[in-house]
Design a protein around this ligand. Structure first.
Ligand code: GTP
Ligand code: ZN
Length: 345
């Protein structure tokens, strides 16, 4: 496991990490008990992404003027641990006015701060930290954190026959493990793809749509329709990628949904949380296809980023459109993907 992957695991578990000259612990996962130990006087300043600092009205202060640069916020008596937990969570933006005054401070080591924020995004945490004085047991260079990327190398871990309702064609499930972080991803191999490029669907995990039948997105129907098309053709490959919420993680996707309840669209909600519109990359999907011996695919998708991602990794792609009928709950979501994320007709 890479050092960055170990740091991501530590941050998820609420443990501090030293990046360059900065020691940080995530606001989201650090327990009150740990904070009482690490910061007994509650003086630790708060490290935020530039986007989040702008969203809470710090954009007019010189230290926070660029929305790309991380921002440090000074502690004051009224800015308690509980207030900070509220401040970093956009769900609270609509429940109250941002209190103040908030004062930003210069960031002593901007590259380290950017690195720490990169790790928190990859960890699926709200990008916000307490800055601590004492170095942590786990330390990495700023460059190791800023260059941290999603996993891109896989090995097959196990395979077995899997009977699936509605599929008459023999189907196998293949479990793969990413070498960089140990995350598990799955390929469903339907029939015996071979000869011409197989029909392939890259499906990003969507717990709400895949399991509960959420109407907010089109994931469940797209998954089912892909399997039906592969069954009709006699073969195909579905990759189930653990990229919940377009790579922002489950808790953050639910936060994005809460923001959508307040009228933001899917893209605005991601940005408000301090993420890009889409945090996925498809290098791992390309590696999974290679592990199955596939170099060329007919890809069921409307998302140009999937086509470009596979092509960049050397997989030959022909697109097959994959539209499902809209419902009243997901019509705006589908329209936003077209208008703002370049989704194809
Ligand atoms: N952040 C965020 N993720 C969402 C939202 N709605 C659905 N998702 C996630 O978006 C992903 C859906 O991805 P895909 O099914 O691959 O769809 P796509 O990128 O639109 O591409 P194609 O369906 O192939 O055209 C899943 O990981 C869902 O969990 C949302 O409002 N916000
Ligand atoms: Zn979905």
């Amino acid at each position: 496991m890479s050092k960055a992957a170990a740091a991501i695991a530590a941050l998820r578990a609420g443990r501090p990490v030293t990046v360059g000259s900065l020691t940080v612990v995530p606001v989201e996962t650090a327990t009150d008990a740990l904070l009482a130990e690490l910061d007994p006087d509650s003086r630790s300043p708060l490290l935020l992404s530039g986007a989040r600092a702008a969203a809470i009205g710090l954009g007019n202060q010189r230290e926070a003027a660029s929305t790309l640069a991380p921002v440090l916020v000074e502690r004051s008596d009224w800015l308690t641990t509980g207030k900070i937990r509220e401040l970093v969570d956009p769900a609270w933006d609509f429940a109250r006015f941002v209190e103040g005054p908030l004062r930003s401070l210069p960031v002593a080591d901007p590259e380290a701060a950017l690195g720490a924020l990169t790790l928190s995004r990859l960890a699926g945490l709200v990008p916000a930290f307490w800055l601590l004085d004492t170095p942590a047991a786990l330390a990495l260079k700023s460059s190791e954190a800023t260059s941290a990327a999603r996993p891109r190398t896989v090995a097959i871990a196990a395979r077995a026959i899997l009977p699936v309702e509605g599929l008459e064609v023999p189907t196998q499930i293949v479990a793969m493990r990413a070498e960089e972080d140990g995350s598990e991803h799955v390929a469903l191999v339907i029939g015996a793809p071979g000869g011409k490029p197989p029909l392939v669907r890259l499906h990003s995990e969507c717990l709400t749509g895949d399991v509960f039948g959420s109407l907010k997105c089109d994931c469940g129907p797209q998954l089912n329709a892909a399997l039906r098309l592969m069954e009709a053709e006699g073969s195909g490959i579905l990759l189930y990628l653990r990229q919940e919420g377009r790579g922002i993680g489950l808790a953050n996707k639910i936060r994005a949904y809460a923001l959508q309840d307040r009228g933001l669209d899917t893209v605005e909600a991601n940005r408000r949380l301090g993420f890009g519109d889409d945090e996925r990359d498809f290098a791992l999907a390309a590696a999974m296809l290679r592990a199955l011996g596939v170099e060329a695919v007919r890809l069921l998708t409307n998302n140009p980023a999937k086509i470009e991602g596979l092509a960049a990794a050397g997989i030959a792609v022909t697109r097959v459109p994959h539209h499902l009928p809209a419902n009243p709950h997901n019509a705006d979501y589908l329209a936003t993907k077209k208008a703002k994320s370049g989704h194809l007709d």
